[in-house]
Design a protein around this ligand. Structure first.
Ligand code: C2E
Ligand code: MG
Ligand code: MG
Ligand code: MG
Length: 294
């Protein structure tokens, strides 16, 4: 019995590739203008509790509405990061996300865990730990409802003590921390030791290949078991098929995210998606028997 769902759309890799080739040219000044005019908009992708099937939360993923197109973050984030514009970008994403949380609440959705991506770059200058309390008050949100996913484009090591401090201060204020893109780049085991993470987020490159590559499978399985042993939440992104979902469920992964459920959607469309999901799901357990012999 299929539980959901929405067709794969704009975020399929093929679509992304096509968009990349037909990407609008833009200048730094277009980005600056876009930030002022609120052209950078968070979309929201659902996260599902793999044990119960409940809607767990969302990840906010920024898109740029520019020249009649929807521009994906991989094409503008590097420009934003290298021109010290990550601060206004992060703030606009957070504020619009909090606004949206209020609307979901008004629409009668259950309380959602909301994940926001942070670039490690310039985190110390952002001083989020002192900015967040006022924002949270304004939208009546508690820190425990927000998870900050730390995306590393720069090394988070001893030389970057002020960024490490900035992240730790967020945890001290009660926000949750997720180690994004786990298994790639600088996201290493050592990071787990340095920062008080609450969640490991397995990179989609491993999840996508899990059923065809024994190495990816091993990485996914050991990440799940590592999360278990550390007592932190384990999230898998890039779930595109029911087979992969089943594998993750039987391996004990806590939370799942991917096109199988939905690509990221604008806030109001997410509301509709969530209402439909709840109706279809209506409290049934996704996989009542997780471990069957063989
Ligand atoms: P991420 O944080 O690792 O986000 C997951 C990416 O995987 C997203 O790409 C999402 O659309 C994509 N994805 C989700 N499910 C599937 C699936 O089933 N299959 C496949 N093939 N892909 C899937 P997106 O939206 O293009 O974002 C790319 C990266 O940009 C993010 O990776 C994150 O590092 C960064 N990013 C996005 N929004 C923000 C933001 O507001 N602030 C910052 N600093 N970085 C952001
Ligand atoms: Mg992320
Ligand atoms: Mg990731
Ligand atoms: Mg990523």
């Amino acid at each position: 019995k299929a539980l959901l769902l929405q067709p794969l759309t704009e975020q399929h890799d093929i679509v992304k590739q096509i968009q990349k080739h037909h990407q609008p040219e833009f200048l730094l000044s277009d980005i600056e203008k876009g930030l002022k005019n609120k052209e950078f908009i968070p979309y929201f992708q659902p996260q599902i509790n793999l044990t119960t099937g409940h809607l767990h939360g969302v990840e906010a993923l920024v898109r740029w509405h520019y020249g009649g197109k929807v521009v994906m973050p991989d094409s503008f984030l590097p420009v934003i990061e290298s021109n010290q514009l990550i601060l206004p970008l992060t703030l606009t994403v957070i504020e619009q996300t909090l606004e949206q949380m209020l609307r979901w609440q008004q629409a009668g959705l259950p309380e959602l865990q909301v994940s926001v991506n942070l670039s490690a770059a310039y985190l110390d200058q952002l001083n989020l730990a002192s900015l967040m309390p006022d924002l949270l008050k304004k939208y009546a949100v508690r820190p425990e409802q927000i998870t900050f996913e730390i995306t590393e484009r720069i090394a988070l090591d001893g030389e970057n003590q002020s960024s490490l401090d900035a992240i730790t201060r967020l945890r001290l204020k009660g926000f949750y921390l997720s180690l994004d893109d786990f298994g790639t780049g600088y996201s290493s085991l050592a990071q787990l030791n340095q920062l008080p993470f609450n969640e490991i987020k397995i990179d989609k490159s491993f999840v996508l290949r899990m059923l065809s590559s024994p190495i990816s499978e091993a990485i996914v399985k050991s990440s799940i078991s590592l999360a278990r042993q550390l007592g932190v939440r384990c999230v898998a992104e890039g779930i595109e098929t029911r087979e992969i979902e089943e594998f993750l469920v039987s391996s004990g992964c806590d939370i799942g995210q991917g096109y199988l459920y939905s690509p990221s959607l604008p806030g109001s469309r997410f509301t509709e998606w969530a209402i439909t999901y709840q109706e279809q799901y209506s409290g049934q357990v996704l996989y009542p028997t997780v471990s069957s012999p063989n």
